[in-house]
Every structure is written in structure tokens, then in C-alpha cells.
Design a protein around this ligand. Sequence first.
Ligand code: HEM
Length: 468
Amino acid sequence: VILQRRRSYSSAKRARAPAPVVIQKIGDPAVAHRALVENADDFSNRPLAPFLRYLAERNGGRRGESLASVSHSPLWRAFRCNLTAETLHPSRLGHLAPLQREGIEALVASLSSSAAAAGEGAIPVREHLCNAVFPVIARLCFGDGVDGCHVRAMGSVIRSFQQIAVGEARASPGTLRARFAEWRRLRRLLALHGRLGELFLPLVAARRESRWPCNGLRPYVDSLIDLRVPVDGDDGGGRRGVRDDEMVNLFSEFLGAGAGTIGACLEWTLAHLVNRQDVQQKLREEVDGGDVFRRSLIRGMPYLNAVVLESLRLHPLVPFMQRHVQPDVAARVVGVGGTATVPAAAAAAGDVLVQFTLGDIGRDKHTWKDPDEFRPERFLPGGEAEDVGPLPGPREIRMMPFGAGHRFCPGSGVAMVNIKCFLAALVREFQWAPPTEDCAAVDLTELDTFIKTMKKPLSARLTPRVLL
Ligand code: HEM
């Protein structure tokens, strides 16, 4: 046992080196555009997360990739095309309506009963939002035959995994204590990863056995079972099926990236609506008139769209995006780094990390008027950002909550549809007020964890509306 532990410890140690060097945080939209759009090919790889490096070490160097981790290569193209052309294709998103309806009905019921139990008091809403959104994403992933218990178990393990993956470093870097803490963190992640495999792989096996129809949706699991990817990530050498270890990473990523971000965006947006009763009322007037499950009607709700964009501009859920680039490229494109300023060892290893801080880009004072103010009207016709959408256009970047360049978020469409649909229903069903009579505004302090969340989770007083 001791030998085994020592071996694991030394592989954790190897997994830590070489650490990439952070050379610059980019919060300037023009520099981000130069890097991610004009030099997209050079800025299309992310650094490998320490846990995936650790896993690869344990598997004799073989990496089990996810879409976010795989380098920009034929293997990435195969994974990416599969996800966007099959599961997340816009033509399929209309078929989400029954899942959304189920999620919203459950959410309204759980909020109503908590609000009734609290009487005049406030209720915390985060847990309700997460519990309602996760099943929608889980069923998009595995089809609608997965039972609620299984879905809840997946949600809980994914959340623990994310919490531990970004766990705070409490000891000084480089000390024995810090190395031990890191080793323990990797071991805990390994255990959770194993648990995810136990939850996912039986569902894959069941789906291989029989494919019951999913009402026009193409569950991610089906597309991955059918997918053939280049052998060794290379287009020249034949095709193979997706391995189990890759499936586990791809499902974890889909569920982790999909559900938490949508829930957090809803929480941020509701917090602003609590603070700005005038915006809440204006939004309600728009959503009261339409069926929130019909995509065509949601598309025709410009104020709803503006409210969500304004929330994403102020609080992009991914605090920062990373790119792993060559030192000479970093020097040429973002104006720093290069062998002159990057420590020689890092330059020799070619390990340069560029971080784009999405919050700074969305609040850039040269781009936005009153950048810290929540003002959805800026996205309406005649406003300073009437032509700005969730994804940056080819000419400039003004905000990029879903990233930019080759690796932008493939889930932006499904995320926007779900956020709008849930938000419209929540505003139609409830009046949202601050937690107490004397609370002037809820606290909007941000906390950057795996995603950008409210440091103090939202509590609000909810009054069910009588709908005619
Ligand atoms: C409000 C919700 C969401 C936000 C704000 C968000 C944001 C982001 C951002 C900023 C990136 C990095 C982009 C880059 O590096 O250029 C990303 C990547 C990614 N997101 Fe999302 N995301 C959301 C929802 C989703 C959903 C619903 C899914 C899937 C169901 C998803 C799947 C992914 C994947 C797989 C990647 C990696 C793509 C690649 O490397 O090719 N995301 N997301």
C-alpha cells in the first residue's frame, strides 16, 4: 500500500510540472479581438487541466480528452462537429419544449411551496434553479429514460467535482503542505471521476442495447455511440469509436458546462430584477403576452433578449478563458512575453498562458457607456449595443460571455433558449421583491469559482401572481 501511495504521489508531482506561466491578463476588447479572431489558429489551444494531466500520468501517458481539453486537431473537429451538428443543432432545439415545460412546472411548484412556507419571508433560490435546470441538460445528454434519482446523483457528483477542481490553495505554493494538499485534491477528484463513470457507463450500455425514441431530440449519448473519430487524433490513420474514458469526460463537461452556467445566469438576472423593479415590470409586460415554450415567440421578445444579454455582459459566467500559446506569438499579438520578458525556462518549454478576463471586457469603459449600470435598453434598437449579440461578430469584440475564435462555446444557442424560457416563466409566475422591506438592493458581489456566482446567494420574497 505504501509503495502504491508513493507511486501515486510521485505521479501527482510529475503531473504538476511544468507549470505554465501567466504572462498577461487581457481585459482589452481590441487585444482580445486581435488574438482570438485575427490570430484564431494561434490562439486555439487551452492548457491541460492539472487533473487531466494527472489522469494521463496514471494511464501511462494516454489522455482521455474532452472537447475543451483536446488540442485544435482533427480529433477536436470530430468531437465539435458531432456536438453542434447533432445534439445542439438549432433545428433540434424546438424539441426541447416538453423537457423545459417539465422543468419549469417543477420549479414553479417548488418555489411556490417554499414561498408559502416562508410566509412573508424571503427564500433562497439557487438550489431551486440548479435542481430545475440540471434535469433538462441531463436528458439532452442521456435521453428521457433516465430516472430522477440517477439524475440527482449525477448533479451532486458534478457539483462536488467542480467545487474541488477549483479548490482554494490555502498553503503557500511550493511548500510540502501545498504539495500534500494538491495530492489529496487530485485523489478526491479521481474518486469522483470514478463515480461519474459508474453513473454514466451503464446508461451508455443501455442505450447501445436499445434506442427508444426521444421526441426529435438526438441525445448526446447516441451521437457519441455512433461517432467515428480519427485514430490517434490524426486524419490520415483510419477511424475508431469513442472510448469509455473519453465518453466520461465528454459527458462530465456537457453536464458541468451546461447546467451550472444556466442556473447561475438565471440567479444573476433575477437579482438585477429584484433591484430594478421597473425593469422587472417592463419585462413582465412583454412576457405576459406570449407562450414561453414557443421558440418563435421567445425570439420575438426583444426586451427579454436585452435583459439576458445585459446580465451576461455584467456577469459572464466563465470568469476567464485561457489559451496556451508560443512565446513569440504572445509577444507579437498581445504585446508581451517573448523570450525577452518570459523567464528563459518557460520560453524554452514554450509554456505561455494568456488569460482573457471576460468581466473586464464586458465592462470596458471605452466600449460601454456607464459600464457598471444594469441597463438592458442599450441592446434595443437605437441603443449603443443594438447590433451586439451573445457571440462577437467578425469585426470587433464588445463582450464575449461565450468566448470567441475557434473554441467559442458550442452551447450558446441552447443556453440562451433555456435561460430565456425559464426567466420568462419565473417573471410571469411570481413578483420578485428584495429579501426584507428595508433592503435597498441585494448584494451583487461576485465570487469567481468554476463559474462566476453571487458571493451571497440570492434570497428574495416571492409572491405568486394570479394569472388570468
Ligand atoms: C450561459 C451558459 C454558458 C456560458 C456563459 C458558457 C460559456 C463558455 C465559454 C466562455 C467557453 C470558452 C470559450 C472559449 O474558450 O473561447 C465555453 C466553452 C464550452 N462550452 Fe459553454 N457556456 C455556457 C453553456 C454551455 C452549454 C449549455 C454547453 C453544452 C451543453 C456548453 C458547452 C461548452 C463546451 C463543450 C465548451 C468547449 C468548446 C471547445 O473547446 O471547442 N456550454 N463556454
